[in-house]
Design a protein around this ligand. Sequence first.
Ligand code: PMM
Length: 284
Amino acid sequence: MTRLLGILNVTPDSFSDGGVWGDTQAAIDRGVELHELGADYVDVGGESTRPGAEPVDPEEERRRVLPVVAGLADRRVPVSIDTMHADVARAALDVGARLVNDVSGGLADSAMAPLIASAGVPYIAMHWRGGADAAPQYRDVVADVKAELKTRVAELLIFGVDPAKLIVDPGLGFAKKNVHNWALLGHLEEFARLGGGVLIGASRKRFVGKLLPPDAPFEDRDAPTAIITALAARSGAWGVRVHDVAASRQALDVWERWRHGAESTREPAALPVGATESVFESAT
Ligand code: PMM
């Protein structure tokens, strides 16, 4: 079944949740809530990747995320750490994170690939062209992104990263125009074959907002996001990264019933807090 990563940005400047969860205890409580709503992982990030955002010093990033990761791990909530920095990833793994989500796919920090190889944890490698402000120029966006991810995967494997634990991500909204994002979504199946599965992060992104009136609030992007979740699941996605976990959980439950009938589906949020599920047992 497609996994849900619930977004928990602990940044003062996150573009879509306004940094509401900046306070440590509030962030931990919110992470527990995301898990109870059906997030298989709570994806904790301390550096905003929105266009124009200031890079964050890894020391400051660690200060933001570690207490939250540790607090969630204490509550037995599975945590993924969203970082480009190997030091931050290592420290987060040390206090209980179980997965590393890297929007640079290892390109931002040469220490990341060896760390992932030695830690043996699942790793999400996103397609990246040097940040959210990089040029969105492609000859054929599907072929180009696929080729660049394939190169990335090959380089990661040389370091000893386990191919079965390597999830690729086409990087929606990162150096991508509106048309590019939809073209990538329309060819999602092709990306799953590059590694152990494919994850997408469409939630509340600008291209989703373009479906709505220009002044619509961010929350209005949650309904189209949940529909994308259902379609991604139908395309065999390993996972989706979303803000509104409850809506995407429902989308996945609908898809499971559609596919298997009512009897064979797990009940919503049936995984109790702290339950562990092998992340890769049904990667395909
Ligand atoms: N997008 C953002 C942050 N992290 N991680 C992955 N794997 N894929 C994404 O598309 C992705 C990500 C930016 O979105 P946010 O600021 O709403 O968290």
